[in-house]
Design a protein around this ligand. Sequence first.
Ligand SMILES: NC(=O)c1ccc[n+]([C@@H]2O[C@H](COP(=O)([O-])OP(=O)(O)OC[C@H]3O[C@@H](n4cnc5c(N)ncnc54)[C@H](O)[C@@H]3O)[C@@H](O)[C@H]2O)c1
Length: 305
Amino acid sequence: MSLLQGKAVVITGSGHGIGAACAKGVARRGAAVVVNDISQARADETVAAIKAEGGRAVACVADISKWDEAGRLIQTCVDEFGRLDGLVNNAVSYSYGRLSAYDPVGAERSVAVNVVGSLHCTGHAIKPMLAQNSGSIVNVTSGAHMGMLNMGVYSATKGALASMIYTWTLELEGTGVRVNGMSPFAATNDDGAQSIPGVDDDGKRQAGLPTPEANAPVVEFLLSDLASDVRGQIIRIDGEEVFLYSHPALLLPSARRSKWTAEELAGAFNKEFKDRQVRCGVLGIESLPVDLKTGFWARMATTTD
Ligand SMILES: NC(=O)c1ccc[n+]([C@@H]2O[C@H](COP(=O)([O-])OP(=O)(O)OC[C@H]3O[C@@H](n4cnc5c(N)ncnc54)[C@H](O)[C@@H]3O)[C@@H](O)[C@H]2O)c1
C-alpha cells in the first residue's frame, strides 16, 4: 500500500513553489489533497498536474488570513474526502527589507498570511483531527527565523510558526494529533514576483539550489505513520543534508541574587554571563557551504539595502 493511502490532506499555498511540489509528492504517495491558494490559476495548475498523474485533488481558493475562508478550506477536505489527516501550513506572503526601510503594509500582510493564516487553519483543523484522534500538522518555517539580514518581518513570522509547534505539541500530548515543522530550501522565484531588494537578479534562479521537489519527502514523512512517534520537531532540509533544529532553551548555569537591580544585572554580564552572549544569525558567512559563498546567499548576508 502507498505510504499515504487513505489519508486526506490540506496544503495551504500549494498553487506554487514548495507547496505545489509537496502537494504533488503526497498525491503520488496516495493522499487525496486539497490544493489551497489565493490564486485560482495556480491552484488549478497544481490540481491538473496531480490528476494528470492519476492522483486525487481538489482546488480550494481561499484567503487563509480570514477565519471564515480558512474554515471553508478545512471543511472542503472533510466534505470532499470524508476526513482530515494532515494540514501543511505552507502559504506565505514575503516581506523583505531592513528595519531602517520598514514597510508597514508588507509587514501586516506577512503577519496576516504567515502567522494568522496558519493559526486560523489549525484552529479549524484541530476539531476534526481531535474528533478522529489522529492527524499531522506541519508548519513550514525557515532558517530565517534564526536571524537573517533583510528579513526581520519574515523571520518574525517564521519564528511564530516554530513557537506554535512547541506549544501545540505540549497541548496535544496524549492525543493522536502531532505537530512538527519543515524548514525548506529551494529556488522558487521563477516569476520574479518576490524579488528581494538588493539581491533580486540572481535570487530569481540560483544555479545549484535545491528544487522545490527536493523538499517534498520531509512533508511526506511527517504526514505518514512512519512519523507517528515524531512530535515537536523541525526538520531542516538543504538538498542532500538534513538537520534537526535545537529548540530555544534557557542557558545554564543561570545567575542568582537575593534581589535583582540593573546594576546587579550588569554585574552578571561581567561575571556569570561573561563571554556567553549568544551569537545571532543563521548565516555567518563562514558557515555557508563552499559553493554558496558567492551570489545570492553571500549578498543576503552582507547587503545593506
Ligand atoms: N523558497 C525557499 O527556499 C524557502 C526557504 C525557507 C522557507 N520557505 C517557506 O516555504 C514555504 C513555501 O515557500 P515558496 O517560496 O514555495 O512560496 P511561493 O511564493 O512560491 O508560494 C506561496 C503560495 O502561497 C500563496 N498564498 C499567498 N497568500 C495566500 C493566502 N492568503 N491564502 C492562500 N494562499 C496564499 C501564493 O499565491 C503562492 O502561490 C513558505 O512557508 C516559505 O516561508 C521557503
